[in-house]
Design a protein around this ligand. Structure first.
Ligand SMILES: C[S@@+](CC[C@H](N)C(=O)[O-])C[C@H]1O[C@@H](n2cnc3c(N)ncnc32)[C@H](O)[C@@H]1O
Length: 283
């Protein structure tokens, strides 16, 4: 592969932004080489401009998906950052229990882990709730995990993790309680897996048919998007949350620039946001 030209870099950055909204610029030249060079060679392209054209043309089956798997950063771990899961346990779920008590579906909860990577986040949510509710099995709880990368969605569906992945945030007690050992791997047990479903989803597409959700975790993905795309994403999320729902962005992500429809709160040292009732009432 020849050295990257400015045109190559522009072609790849435009392609990546078009496919998934991730903002790359010339400072990411090393990522272009390390993540895409072998795919460019594999499909026999002379340079990255031809490659971008080929991906857009969708003539090579599975190529677009391969690029999405390569350009996304799927870093995740169990109970990442701790505090959002403490907030779930001590604040969000107890409030939802009270709120739902007098409704027609008193034991139903719907939760979305948007950009769930390999599944540690939605499974951590399910485990938190299972450990909290003595009658967990009587609850109608569904946790949806979505991600743009088909490869991570497949792993999330399997619920199978190696020692290294387990070593990142899973404690011995929960490992014993919520997993079965399978050779040198661990699989999330059926009780937890049956509450979680997974599907590919690009957060830049419309959310038609999604929701309403009581809780949305959308963490550590908006940081890769432009400010404008972040605003659009969080505004769309407001439309799929219940009026008293909860949104957890990543610890480095803020909705301060998203206008008045969100109210910031802090619970268990975790930042979260709720729909602004005044704005809703005047809508
Ligand atoms: C850093 S991981 C975060 C995983 C998890 N939420 C966490 O905080 O541990 C970011 C994920 O966002 C996904 N992603 C990137 N762009 C996306 C998009 N446009 N739509 C949906 N998911 C996207 C990536 O595939 C990746 O798995």
């Amino acid at each position: 592969m020849t050295n990257l030209t400015t045109e190559d870099i522009d072609a790849v950055c435009n392609l990546v932004e078009e496919l998934c909204g991730i903002c790359w610029d010339e400072s990411k030249a090393y990522l272009i080489e390390s993540r895409l060079a072998s795919i460019v060679e594999q499909v026999g392209c002379e340079n990255y401009r031809d490659f971008a054209r080929k991906v857009r043309a969708e003539l090579v089956p599975g190529l677009k998906e391969q690029v999405l798997d390569a350009v996304t950063t799927n870093e995740t771990l169990w109970f990442r950052d701790g505090s959002p899961f403490e907030a779930l346990q001590h604040k969000v779920i107890p409030e939802l229990i009270d709120e739902k008590a007098n409704t027609i579906f008193p034991k139903r909860m719907r939760i979305w882990s948007a950009a769930c990577s390999t599944g540690q986040e939605p499974y951590s949510i399910a485990m938190t709730i299972a450990d909290l509710l003595p009658d967990f099995d009587q609850w109608d709880i569904q946790i949806l995990g979505t991600d743009i990368s088909p490869a991570v969605v497949e792993q999330a569906k399997s619920g199978i993790y190696g020692e290294l992945e387990i070593g990142r945030g899973m404690d011995a007690l929960r490992l014993k309680r919520h997993f079965v050992k399978n050779g040198n791997k661990w699989q999330v047990n059926e009780r937890i897996r049956s509450r979680c479903s997974f599907q590919p989803k690009n957060l830049h597409e419309p959310f038609t048919g999604f929701g309403p959700f009581d809780v949305v975790f959308c963490r550590n993905v908006a940081i890769y998007f432009s400010k404008e795309d972040q605003r659009t994403l969080f505004n769309k999320l407001a439309d799929v949350l219940t009026p008293s729902g909860w949104l957890f962005p990543g610890s480095a992500e803020s909705l301060a620039h998203c206008g008045p429809q969100w109210v910031a709160q802090q619970h268990c040292r975790s930042n979260c946001y709720r729909p602004n009732q005044t704005v809703l009432a005047n809508a």
